[in-house]
Design a binder for this molecule. Structure first.
Ligand code: XIL
Length: 474
């Protein structure tokens, strides 16, 4: 005997009970199950209560119920939950639906559940009840909304990263989005020379350690940013003030050996040299390193880093190559020389800080990435943000299109292995403090309330679309 009843108040919940011999009746909202004497007792009351809140990212709205027996219950109960087709989120195929149960780790699939897409129901036999819903599990890249950024990117060999400052480790909202969506972190400032040794001889690792430990504890990779930032504006004053080449060389060698050595095995890749070229030009940045040590200091920095951790990937990272005239060619020439000289360099980071929602030309940007992979190197978008003009009502859409162009270019180039955004939430972006843009710039993927923006969906869509056939390989 299989019985089915629809309780008048439980619109979406039908409960069927087996085995034969079981009777049931309703008492108000309660489903009273009468079990034959000799099995587990004579009467159990099931309370099925619709859960008021949206029950989780991967459940269909209005399908979540808490089903509780009033005492121990070992007879399988067949539960059927109905869903409204119109409530299934756009992009989720009905074939992905199943019954899910809430556990401490989140919603997990119920073994053996089946979905009848004609009847729009999910059914399973359960001895463990609790919170149940119609939902889906895991990421299916054909349906972008089932995936997080990280899940969408991992199968195509792309890391999705975001910045992390030590103070943000205590920000529960930031951390929960970081853990859900991202697979890598770049310390925004904690690993820079001005954080590690702002005063001569005083090493300060607390902030960097906190970020690296947090990453290790939570399965996030770290991009070590950065060993030598070749812009005097960001160089500790005492270093920028050195005048003796031997002293600067000795310090730089010691610094790289100490920092890379400290994190060997925990930081798999370093931006060894950041911004070697002039911010708005094509020549060298003109830093104390250029002035005292000559052009060869860059190759020396890479060799020192390689000696300190031979397993680490070593990157050069640059700003503005996507829009400063001639700067891409200048970086390509510099990197080409390093490669030709056998310097241990493995990747080129394109910061891709944009100055507005305009551009870049997608094909031109992709060709720039390919110029580096053609040298046998990896390439990455390392500091992406796209500022908007707060007076522009269409800004969010234009921004999404810009993000899509940039990420699509990375996806189209097989050797492009990372996309990192320079922050997570619009509430917290370095651009608003620069004094360059009309604020708020709202340049990131999540709004002030940590909700995903159109730009987020654009990036997710580009990642889910996957590498086109024939994407240029490393
Ligand atoms: C920025 C940080 O976001 C700011 O908090 C800090 O005041 C200055 O540096 N290029 C880089 C990054 O390589 O390290 C910079 O980060 C942004 C530009």
């Amino acid at each position: 005997m299989v019985l089915a009843l629809v309780a008048p108040m439980l619109v979406a919940c039908r409960v069927q009970v087996t085995p034969a011999g079981v009777r049931f009746s309703f008492a108000g909202d309660d489903l009273v199950v009468h079990v034959p004497a000799g099995s587990v007792g004579t009467e159990v009351t099931m309370t099925a209560v619709a859960l008021p809140e949206p029950a989780g990212a991967n459940t269909v709205p209005d399908t979540a119920f808490s089903v509780t027996p009033d005492r121990g219950w070992a007879v399988p109960v067949r539960i059927t939950l109905a869903y409204a087709r119109s409530a299934v989120p756009a992009g989720v195929a009905e074939g992905l639906l199943t019954m899910v149960r809430r556990e401490s780790s989140g919603w997990v699939p119920v073994a053996g559940a089946t979905v009848d897409t004609l009847a729009a129901t999910a059914t399973a036999e359960l001895t463990t009840l609790g919170q149940l819903a119609v939902g889906w599990v895991g990421c299916d890249r054909r349906y972008a909304s089932t995936c997080t950024l990280r899940e969408a990117a991992a199968p195509i060999g792309i890391r999705v990263g975001a910045t992390l400052e030590p103070a943000q480790i205590g920000d529960a909202a930031y951390i929960s989005v970081l853990h859900r969506e991202f697979g890598a972190v770049t310390p925004e400032n904690a690993l820079k020379m001005y954080s590690i040794q702002n005063q001569r001889g005083v090493w300060t690792f607390a902030g960097a350690d906190a970020v690296v430990d947090h990453a290790a504890d939570n399965g996030l990779e770290v991009r070590g940013h950065t060993l030598v930032w070749s812009q005097d504006q960001y160089t500790p004053a005492w270093v920028a003030g050195l005048t003796d080449p031997a002293e600067l060389r000795a310090f730089t060698d010691e610094y790289i050996a100490t920092v890379v050595g400290r994190y060997a095995g925990r930081i798999p890749r370093w931006d060894v040299v950041n911004e070697p070229l002039a911010t708005y030009g094509t020549g060298r940045a003109g830093s104390v390193w250029d002035d005292l040590l000559g052009a060869g200091w860059i190759a020396d920095a890479f060799r020192a880093a390689h000696a300190a951790d031979p397993d680490a990937e070593l990157w050069i990272n640059e700003y503005g190559t996507d829009w400063v005239p001639g700067k891409h060619a200048a970086l390509l020439a510099l990197v080409g020389e390093l490669v030709a000289d056998g310097v241990p360099v493995h990747g080129v980071g394109i910061q891709a800080h944009r100055t507005s929602t305009a551009g870049p030309d997608a094909a031109a940007f992709r060709r720039q990435l390919q110029d580096f992979t053609a040298l046998g190197l990896q390439v990455a978008i390392t500091e992406l943000d796209v500022p908007t003009d707060p007076r522009d009502s269409g800004a969010a859409t234009a921004q999404a299109a810009a993000y899509r162009r940039l990420v699509e270019a990375c996806v189209a180039v097989e050797g492009c292995t990372e996309v990192t955004t320079w922050g997570i939430t619009d509430a917290d972006t370095w651009l608003d403090g620069l004094g360059v843009f009309r604020t708020p710039t709202r340049p990131l993927l999540f709004d002030d309330s940590m909700q995903p923006k159109p730009a987020y969906r654009a990036v997710l869509g580009a990642l889910c679309a996957g590498r086109p056939k024939g994407a240029a390989a490393v």
